[in-house]
Structures are given as structure tokens and as C-alpha cells.
Ligand binder design. Structure first.
Ligand SMILES: NC(=O)c1ccc[n+]([C@@H]2O[C@H](COP(=O)([O-])OP(=O)(O)OC[C@H]3O[C@@H](n4cnc5c(N)ncnc54)[C@H](O)[C@@H]3O)[C@@H](O)[C@H]2O)c1
Length: 355
């Protein structure tokens, strides 16, 4: 068991990072400082943690910064006496990486490299530190009808997004072997839950269902993904940070493989149950659109290692998780509307200045 004193969370204004910070304060009761470093791209919204800022002001700190800024990173590591880094910061949307790969190379590869350099410069030969890197199962490529990704599966990324994540994973492991940096890596499947930017499948569908807009489904919709509730992901990350072996990678999965079209049908059914409208009135909105180039057919993740070695278990059943996620989006109109309208950009400018 490690002693983690002060944690730097990068990308903590995004979907998973903000849930992770909330998890540390509200579930773990973490006693040290938590510093959220975020560049506030379109996907970063510090309002997601406004209540945390108010309740835990003495412990919670926000720094508007780019992980690719060496001097800022080094200064923040020193100023808050950081001994633990968890790196969520990344450009994360596959579609955007197809149309504009440059930001992905910059934030995911150069950004992670710069953060590693800052950590190496600041920590030197200290051995009471940890760099945990959050990655994706997409680095393993695509599967056929059967089989699963193991921690030992060779990397075979297919999109600029997954290639940039693969490169950052390799850099983290290289710093472990070359400079003896204490590291752990986790590769997870598709997360879902509250505060996810409404461009990803589940929140996008919920928004469009709510507004009676078409539900765009890529190709035949038969692509298979594994779904993991963000709270289960974050309990796994926290366990790895505390008890994971130095230099090891752990897969985190929901063991919940579903075709995309099944997810959309299930959302229609859940929405009908919640609103009392007919299921057909929702299913009628399904619209098949041209498939994404290089669309991986199936991902499935084997997570026996984290279950066996660290005793991790999931707490959220998929049906319950999906329903609570729909209810969260319906109850948090203000958050959704601000994120989508760009109004939160004004809030960012008021609070953090123009970017
Ligand atoms: N969402 C998923 O299903 C999923 C699955 C597997 C892995 N991941 C990984 O988990 C991490 C978090 O994903 P997410 O869904 O929360 O993403 P997100 O897009 O919601 O959030 C990413 C956050 O990182 C910030 N950011 C981007 N570039 C930055 C930079 N250069 N410096 C500082 N901050 C920067 C953004 O402003 C944003 O707040 C990513 O590394 C992603 O690759 C996500």
C-alpha cells in the first residue's frame, strides 16, 4: 500500500477526471491536496466541480494550464509538493482525431512527454512517488467475433487517437525502464456516466432523444463495445494507484459487451419508461449514417488481472447505471445546455481569463 500525499490530476475538468476528483473527496475522503490541471479545451468544464470547489476549497485547487508547458508543470509540482500524478488529460474523441490529428499528437504525445520530463526534473531520484497514466483499450486494435484484449496483447492502434494514446503509454513505460520512474498504467473500455461531453454515444443519444432529434448510428450499428460505469473505472484507478505493482499495466473493463445499436434501442426503451412516451416514438428517430473510416469492429477487454491481483470488483450493474445516467442528464439541463451553447466558455473567461 502506497502513501499518496498530494495528487496532481491532469484533465480534471473533463468527464472522467472530474468524476475521479469527486470520487476522491466524496467516497474516499482523501485528506491531502488535489490539484486539477486542465487546459480547458472544448471538453473541459470546471463548472462540473463547482460544488467541490465550494465544499473542499482548502484542499481542492484548480490550475488552468497545459501539460505541454514544462515550466508551469514544474512550478505546480513544487508549489503543491506533489508526490502523485494521475494523467487523464488528452484529446479523447476518435472522430475529431480523424478530422484534426494534430491536437492529438500535441496533447497526448508531446503533452505526456513534457509532463514526464517535468516530473523527472522535479522528483529526481525520489522513490516515494507515482505517475499513473490513464489509457484506452483502443491501443490494442480491433477484434473479430471472439477473443479479448489482455495486458500482453501487442499494440495495434488504428486511429490517430489510439495511435497517440499508444505512443504516450510507451513513453510512460520507457521512463520507468530508463529513469526508474515509479509508474502504473490502466487501459479501460468505454466509460459512461454523468458529466460526459455530449458528443459521445450515450449522452449524444440521450440529448437527441430528449429533443426528438435523429439518433445517428454509424453503418449497421453492429460494432461491439464494452461499457464501464465511470465510478467503477475510478475505483479501479484508485486501487491501482494504491496497490498496483510498479511498472505494471492493468486492464479495466465492464465485462459488458454490447452492439452500438443495442445500446440505442435500450436507451429508447429506458427513455420511454421514464417519460411515459411510446418506445416507437423514440425508435423512429434511429438514422443509419455512413460508417466512420477505419471503424474498429469489436473491442472486448479481459480484466482478470486487476480482479485477481488487486481484488477489484464492479459495483454498478449496467441497466441501473444506464438509467441513472439518463436521469442525470434529464435533471441537469442547465449543465448540458451551458456546455452545448458555449455559454460556459464565458464563465471560463470570467473566472480564468481569455484563452
Ligand atoms: N471516455 C472514455 O470512454 C475513455 C475510455 C478509455 C480511455 N479514456 C481516457 O481517459 C482520459 C479522460 O477521458 P475523458 O473521456 O474524460 O476525456 P474528456 O475529453 O472529457 O476530458 C479531457 C480533459 O483533458 C483536458 N486537456 C486536453 N488536453 C490538455 C492539455 N494539453 N493539458 C491539460 N489539459 C488538457 C481537456 O480540457 C478536458 O478537460 C483520456 O486520457 C482518455 O484517453 C477515456
Amino acid at each position: 500500500m502506497r502513501t499518496l500525499k498530494n495528487i496532481l490530476v491532469t484533465g480534471g475538468a473533463g468527464f472522467i477526471g472530474s468524476n475521479f476528483i469527486r470520487y476522491l473527496f466524496e467516497r474516499v475522503g482523501f485528506p491531502g491536496a488535489i490539484v486539477n490541471v486542465d487546459k480547458l479545451t472544448y471538453a473541459g468544464n470546471p463548472e462540473s466541480l463547482d460544488d467541490i470547489r465550494q465544499s473542499y476549497g482548502g484542499q481542492y485547487h484548480f490550475e488552468h494550464a497545459d501539460i505541454g508547458d514544462f515550466e508551469r508543470m514544474r512550478d505546480i509540482l513544487a508549489r503543491y509538493d506533489i508526490d502523485t500524478v494521475v494523467n487523464f488529460a488528452a484529446e479523447s474523441h476518435v472522430d475529431r482525431s480523424i478530422f484534426g490529428p494534430k491536437d492529438f499528437v500535441q496533447s497526448n504525445i508531446v503533452g505526456t512527454f513534457t509532463l514526464l520530463e517535468a516530473v523527472r526534473a522535479h522528483w529526481g531520484k525520489r522513490r516515494d512517488t507515482l505517475f499513473h497514466h490513464v489509457s484506452t483499450d483502443e491501443v490494442y486494435g480491433s477484434l473479430g467475433e471472439t477473443g479479448a484484449f489482455y495486458e500482453t496483447t501487442p499494440y495495434d492502434p488504428r486511429s490517430p487517437y489510439s495511435a497517440s494514446k499508444a505512443a504516450s503509454d510507451h513513453l510512460v513505460m520507457a521512463y520507468h525502464h530508463t529513469y526508474e520512474l515509479a509508474v502504473t498504467i490502466s487501459n479501460c473500455s468505454n466509460n459512461y456516466g454523468p458529466y460526459q461531453f455530449p458528443e459521445k454515444l450515450i449522452p449524444l443519444m440521450i440529448m437527441n432523444l430528449r429533443e426528438g432529434k435523429p439518433l445517428p448510428v454509424y453503418g449497421d450499428g453492429r460494432q461491439v463495445r464494452d461499457w464501464l460505469h465511470v465510478d467503477d473505472h475510478n475505483s479501479a484507478v484508485w486501487l491501482i494507484m494504491n496497490r498496483g505493482a510498479n511498472g505494471e499495466t492493468y486492464n479495466i473493463g465492464g465485462e459488458n459487451e454490447r452492439e452500438n445499436i443495442w445500446i440505442v434501442h435500450t436507451l429508447c426503451e429506458a427513455m420511454a419508461r421514464i417519460t411515459g412516451n411510446s418506445v416507437d416514438s423514440y425508435k423512429r428517430l434511429i438514422t443509419h449514417v455512413a460508417d466512420r473510416p477505419g471503424h474498429d469492429r469489436r473491442y472486448a477487454i479481459n480484466c482478470d488481472k486487476i480482479k485477481g491481483a488487486l481484488g477489484w470488483t464492479r459495483a454498478v450493474a449496467f441497466d441501473a447505471g444506464l438509467e441513472s445516467t439518463i436521469r442525470w442528464y434529464l435533471a441537469n439541463d442547465a449543465w448540458v445546455n451551458r456546455v452545448r451553447s458555449g455559454e460556459y466558455r464565458n464563465w471560463i473567461e470570467r473566472n480564468y481569463g481569455k484563452r
